[in-house]
Design a protein around this ligand. Structure first.
Ligand code: PHE
Length: 440
């Protein structure tokens, strides 16, 4: 029963060869709970929860846990596409330490309650040496708990809640924090002359709750007024009571730090109730589905994000063209961050003395000046990245680049206006904001 680590890798590799080398087998299987049907079942699980010694021959297995189905499905699918592209490029260039990389992606169905389970499966059944995931902070908190307990390094591409990495030396991330993102939106709102803003947040999501708080702190520090702060829970079909309060509060804009499915639905309800004020959001809006669900109601609204396909930076142009060629779709922020997270991981694997948990985690944590598509990535003492943000505006159903905002003390961002799209005064003011009295 107890296959040695080497044998297990051989079994998995053999399976992978039969199944067709590559990633994401499970995603085609769809539903959660079916995840173990691929590969892992054939290897005769020992049922142990301990971490097997890391094999040093055969393909290097990495795991991705993601929302491939459910209300945040585009987050997981886009991220997976970014990770796969990075892996294919790396394998074509010879892999890592002379070995091919093999990816196993498991679906957590957009449920934080599932995230821990799929991470456990990736570790104990698939014997992955490292994990990528999740997008939603609530899921990264749950998955990160297991990764930490089991001593397997994890990189979140895009979870922005501070607590995700806190006290967990196995866990790092390649994105900025909501402490910065809250500032970005607050400053942008002020620059748009929105002095009175209402807040509507998802009380059950650590991301939404946390970002609502940092926005409030930053906006009030800039002498803005929060007219009212209202709560919903993801999936609530009717938020008209909260929207009525917002309507009568005299808000000039509404900050809605939610995920795209709720955002699209809520904005539609708001317009039906006669709320004409623009909505402002954070990275959780980033989805090709936002325009589909939000329709005309979302047009003109703004959100902050990690990158825009519209940016003029050469690394963005290069990535967008490679990604479009591979996937026939325009990469959103999740795709770019998935690509960056995977490349940071491979870079650390190159440099780490071994692929054992501690060695690899320490090497990831030492990442410095890594040239990501989403900006230069340097991890700080808390294994978080300090990066620039962009503000985009929904126009014609697409998030168009408006401005780049950099953390305090950073050089002024280069004039990043995309070719052919006038950025108007909003860009100027937000870029100036970023280089001004930034506090984060
Ligand atoms: N930052 C969000 C969170 O922490 C996730 C997210 C990132 C969503 C980027 C969309 C784009 O939950």
């Amino acid at each position: 029963m107890n296959l040695s680590a080497w044998n297990r890798v051989a079994v998995i590799a053999a399976f992978a060869a039969i199944a067709g080398f590559g990633a994401g087998c499970d995603k085609l299987g769809g539903g959660k709970g079916k995840g173990s049907g691929s590969g892992s079942g054939s290897s005769g699980s020992s049922g142990s929860s301990g971490v097997a010694p890391v094999a040093d021959t055969g393909p290097i297995k990495i795991g991705h846990y993601a929302s491939l189905t459910g209300s945040e499905a585009t987050f997981g699918v886009s991220t997976d596409h970014g990770v796969i592209l990075a892996m294919e490029e790396r394998n074509a260039a010879g892999g890592v330490k002379g070995r091919k990389i093999e990816l196993k992606t498991l679906d957590d169905a957009s449920k934080s309650s599932e995230a821990g389970n799929v991470v456990q499966r990736l570790i104990s059944e698939d014997k992955v040496v490292a994990l990528i995931g999740e997008v939603a902070s609530g899921s990264s908190l749950a998955g990160g708990k297991v990764a930490q307990q089991q001593g397997v390094p994890m990189i979140s591409p895009s979870s922005t809640n501070k607590k995700v990495t806190e006290g967990r030396d196995m866990v790092s991330r390649v994105c900025f924090l909501d402490e910065f993102q809250g500032y970005v939106v607050a400053k942008f709102a002020k620059d748009q002359k929105f002095d009175k803003v209402a807040v509507l947040f998802d009380q059950a999501a650590p991301y939404s709750k946390g970002l609502a708080e940092t926005f409030k702190t930053e906006f009030e520090a800039l002498k803005g007024t929060i007219t009212t702060s209202q709560a919903y829970t993801a999936g609530d079909p009717d938020v008209s009571a909260q929207l009525q309060s917002i309507k009568t509060s005299g808000a000039q804009a509404v900050f809605l730090p939610g995920y795209y499915t709720d955002v699209g639905n809520i904005v539609n309800q708001a317009r039906k109730l006669g709320i004409t004020a623009p909505f402002l959001g954070g990275d959780g809006w980033d989805s090709s589905k936002l325009a589909e669900i939000g329709g005309a109601a979302i047009e003109g609204s703004y959100y902050s994000n990690h990158y825009s396909f519209d940016e003029a930076r050469p690394e963005v142009k290069d990535f967008v063209s490679k990604f479009e060629k591979r996937w026939k779709e325009t990469p959103d922020g999740l795709a770019a961050l998935g690509y960056d997270a995977a490349r940071v991981l491979f870079d650390a694997m190159d440099k780490a003395p071994s692929l054992g948990g501690k060695d690899l985690a320490t090497t990831i944590a030492a990442t410095k000046d890594f040239p990501g598509v989403t900006g230069k990535i340097t991890l700080d003492a808390n294994r978080d990245a300090q990066k620039q943000a962009v503000v985009v505006q929904m126009k014609g159903g697409k998030p168009r680049y408006v401005a780049t905002v950099v953390p305090k003390g950073w050089p002024e961002p280069a004039a990043a206006t995309p070719a052919g799209s006038g950025s108007g005064s909003a860009a100027g003011s937000a870029a100036a904001a970023g280089s001004g009295s930034a506090t984060k």
